[in-house]
Design a protein around this ligand. Structure first.
Ligand SMILES: *[C@@H]1O[C@H](CO)[C@@H](O)[C@H](O)[C@H]1NC(C)=O
Ligand SMILES: *[C@@H]1O[C@H](CO)[C@@H](O)[C@H](O)[C@H]1NC(C)=O
Ligand SMILES: *[C@@H]1O[C@H](CO)[C@@H](O)[C@H](O)[C@H]1NC(C)=O
Length: 532
């Protein structure tokens, strides 16, 4: 009885969750909003690939569609960026799933689908894709349809014929035809909230002139085919460079439906910098480069939303560059409260780059789609899944003190002890900039250095040097105050196992090229919030 009541209660919460916004979506300055109420909707998506050679959403050979979709919702994503290949709609519109798998000799995948999702085998590829979209909608998830490639395949080598308008497989007219077909076909499905019109433009042909010409045309045509969807546009150089918009805007009026997107990985731009240079410098440079290339779009006179539609990390946790990049990434994305899409859901591919049953180490699910590859990572991501800034809130702004390496935030308990926590039990702080105290809101208390290796204390002494906090490194992610001897000590979350924070000797804050220690335990970020 108790159990079933709990279940009903849970269901109520879940269904309330799915109904807490209505569709379609629009934009208002840098936010995506629900058109009807004007409330902000934050897209927290996971990418799900359906654009590789078989043109079938991955994993349907492993688990029933319904179970896969349930996992997405269970882990607090509210949306899926579902990829598609142009040719599926223009050249292979009549092809069935069985025919597609047979033509590639994918017997094992076919047997798996026959077992887990028999109904899709006889469907056309498009019907199967639509079935996935329907199930996502049925479970309350929003969908972004992403035109990932023209010729179905793994994306995105520099010169693979799919990189830019005019490449061997990338015919502008066929691309437009595909966009219009998809726009019209999914018009009646209100879970389809957005279409991104092309993924990761790149290659030797890329140029701004053609970008304005074709992207403008594509965006207008999608808007005409389906005036309700958000139209998502990406830049040059693997979709990361929109810097040219500073000089010349796209000049489109899509009735508040235009959103830009970018991607950010440890391997974006300079390779390997995350391993061989001081981390504070690398993080500062990499963040500034993102701001220069696309982040600037969310500020200034005509701000627009920026959807960080791909970022991701090796989920096995063994890639040093990824582990370092991830904290830097989260500090920025959380501070700006960006909409985002994690790469990726899939733990495996039917066929990738010639390998059957290829593993996706960036996938949150394991190769058999049974378990989370890294449950801790999803816990860590939890903070970023929350809405942190609400444009309609009338609450005053305060700060959350966020520790990206753990995904935890700093709180003070009833006994005024400082801890970090992954749940919502964080405290609100105020801080008026470098040299000012960090005050616990609603109290007369401030954070104060007690000494090297000791936890900071909450004290009514807000004026001494031990209470004057300042960001002291290039990355601006170190928070330090002086001890009684005048030495700076930095906040430090010493271990993943303990909720404690201490103040300790600051790591590599002087931008010394020889200082390659990992300072991430000392990275904290003030995140401004006006949400309860
Ligand atoms: C698919 O079609 C084939 C041939 O028409 C038929 O034998 C088979 O039973 C169908 N399978 C399903 C799952 O509908
Ligand atoms: C960002 O742009 C500014 C102004 O143009 C420039 O000075 C700076 O070097 C750029 N930084 C990076 C990392 O690209
Ligand atoms: C803030 O908004 C809520 C509901 O939107 C309203 O009930 C409340 O009176 C508002 N408070 C202030 C201080 O405006």
């Amino acid at each position: 009885m108790v159990k079933s009541l709990q279940t009903i209660f849970l269901l109520l919460i879940l269904s309330f969750g799915t109904l807490s916004y209505s569709l379609p979506l629009s934009t208002s300055k840098k936010w995506i909003i629900d058109s009807a109420s004007g409330h902000r909707v934050k897209l927290t998506c996971v990418n799900w690939a359906a654009h590789l050679e078989p043109m079938v959403a991955e994993g349907l050979d492993r688990k029933p569609l319904r179970d896969i979709v349930a996992k997405v919702a269970e882990h607090h994503f509210n949306c899926v960026r579902l990829t598609w290949a142009t040719f599926m709609f223009t050249r292979y519109a009549q092809r069935t799933v069985t025919e597609s798998l047979d033509s590639l000799g994918l017997r094992e995948a076919k047997d798996g689908i026959a077992k887990s999702n028999p109904v899709i085998l006889n469907m056309t590829l498009i019907q199967a894709y639509e079935t996935v979209v329907d199930e996502l909608g049925a479970q309350g998830l929003m969908v972004v349809l992403d035109n990932h490639v023209s010729n179905p395949n793994w994306c995105c080598p520099y010169n693979d014929g799919n990189g830019f308008f005019g490449d061997a497989d990338f015919h502008p007219r066929e691309w437009l035809h595909g966009l219009i077909t998809v726009g019209k076909r999914f018009k009646t499905k209100n879970q389809v909230v957005a279409m991104s019109i092309r993924n990761e433009l790149r290659g030797s042909r890329q140029n701004e002139h053609d970008w304005y010409r074709y992207i403008g045309r594509g965006a207008r045509m999608v808007h005409k085919a389906n005036p309700d969807v958000l139209v998502i546009v990406s830049g040059l150089t693997w979709g990361t460079d929109l810097s040219f918009l500073r000089q010349k805007s796209l000049g489109l009026d899509l009735n508040n439906k235009l959103v830009y997107e970018t991607h950010w990985y440890s391997f974006s731009g300079d390779q390997q910098i995350w391993e061989v240079q001081p981390l504070n410098r690398v993080c500062a440079k990499s963040t500034q480069s993102l701001i220069n290339n696309s982040g600037f779009l969310t500020s200034g006179r005509n701000p627009v939303p920026l959807f960080l539609s791909e970022f991701g990390f090796d989920q096995r946790g063994q890639n040093r560059a990824d582990n370092r990049f991830s904290s830097c990434f989260m500090a920025y994305a959380a501070e700006k409260d960006l909409d985002w899409g994690l790469w990726a859901l899939q733990g495996s591919y039917y066929l990738r780059e010639g390998h059957t049953r290829a593993e996706e180490t960036f996938g949150i699910l394991d190769i058999n789609w049974d378990h989370l590859r890294n449950p801790k990572f999803l816990k860590r991501l939890r903070f970023m899944q929350r809405m942190i800034q609400d444009p309609n809130s009338n609450l005053s702004t305060s700060y959350i003190l966020y520790h990206p390496e753990s995904g935890n935030c700093v709180g003070a308990n009833g006994k005024n002890k400082i801890y970090t926590s992954n749940s919502r039990r964080w405290s609100r702080w105020s801080h008026d900039g470098d040299g000012a105290p960090i005050r616990l809101m609603g109290s007369a208390l401030c954070l104060k250095v007690a000494g090297d290796g000791l936890p900071p204390v909450l004290s009514s002494d807000c004026l001494s040097q031990q209470s004057a906090w300042k960001s002291v490194s290039n990355s601006k992610l170190h928070l330090a105050a002086k001890d009684q001897h005048g030495e700076y000590l930095c906040l430090d979350k010493i271990s993943a196992k303990s909720s404690k924070i201490l103040t300790r000797k600051c790591i590599c804050i002087d931008d010394d090229s020889d200082c390659l220690e990992n300072p991430q335990s000392q990275w904290f970020k003030f995140i401004s919030t006006n949400v309860k």
